[in-house]
Design a protein around this ligand. Sequence first.
Ligand SMILES: Nc1nc2c(ncn2[C@@H]2O[C@H](COP(=O)(O)OP(=O)(O)OP(=O)(O)O)[C@@H](O)[C@H]2O)c(=O)[nH]1
Ligand SMILES: [Mg+2]
Ligand SMILES: [Zn+2]
Length: 318
Amino acid sequence: MPNEPLIDGTVFRTHSGNYYVQPLGGGAEVVCKLRGNLKKELVFSTSGSRPRRVDSAKKRRTTDPLTVGDRVRFEPSEAIIEEILPRHSQLSRHSPSGRGQHTLVANLDQVFVVFAGGPNMPDFRLLDRFLVLTEAAEITPRLVLNKMDRVTEEDRAELEAGVGVYEKVGYSIFWTCAKTGQGIEELCAAMQGRISAVAGPSGVGKSSLLNAVQPGLSLKTGEISNADFSGRHTTTTAELLPLTGSGWVADTPGLRQVDFWEVEKADIPLCFPEFAPYLGECRFADCRHHTELSCAVRAAVETGEIDRRRYDSYLSMS
Ligand SMILES: Nc1nc2c(ncn2[C@@H]2O[C@H](COP(=O)(O)OP(=O)(O)OP(=O)(O)O)[C@@H](O)[C@H]2O)c(=O)[nH]1
Ligand SMILES: [Mg+2]
Ligand SMILES: [Zn+2]
């Protein structure tokens, strides 16, 4: 029986059964343990109004009872977590054992998908995958074009046109340079009061950006972290880093597209926001928007309302 009122907090680090909790009302962090029987009864409640894809995601087995970003209630005198509050989102990848899912960060409000603007043109198809995977987890993606100092004059117009497509879709865009500080203030402001993560290919400057956003973090940069192209998963869990003012951010070096859960094919059209006005307008209710007759999505591609390259990305993953 708890002998003091429970306190709400956010788990920001986990380490061998210890959960570092920041009380919501402020004050010093508390290192908690999880009440033993909580481990077994972990079912995150669903609101009922959530789209189907969330419910199917929730049914999947989790290998970790509690992860960074989780909101908990703990009993302060004994530092025991008594309750875990429902998650509103979770960013997951296959568990290291290959069975079930491993949640990297819970309750993310947004993911900054980082790509390098130069010296090479970003791989827009890979970018689309990151966006779809973030959308599928119902987390707001934001797009960061880093290394703007490496963009050559002759590539600039093409880059701006390519990125303009995403702006038109409605994504917010950040043009940054971790070296010169370009765009860092805007990034800082967008992270205030929220739980964020950075994701993207290796070497694009995710850790460098966070070091610029929050001086003093001293995140390792330069070499490829978790050089792990053999297909083996590292067991490193993300940690939430506190931001000056308010908010948290997770640097997720191991996060690559292959680490994400497969998105169910039927959900992929929902992960392209610019398709939304046309879904339901197709002749066939089960239209996959490939070669079906009277497809409203394809018609919108023909008229240019949907960008053809984005549609090609859709075809490649659906
Ligand atoms: N010119 C230039 N170099 C940058 C910029 N941002 C980062 N870099 C360099 O790019 C390299 C990779 O940066 P990291 O921050 O380690 O990249 P990362 O995305 O965290 O990579 P992983 O942790 O492997 O996923 C480092 O040598 C950085 O110094 C930038 O805006 N401009
Ligand atoms: Mg890094
Ligand atoms: Zn269709």
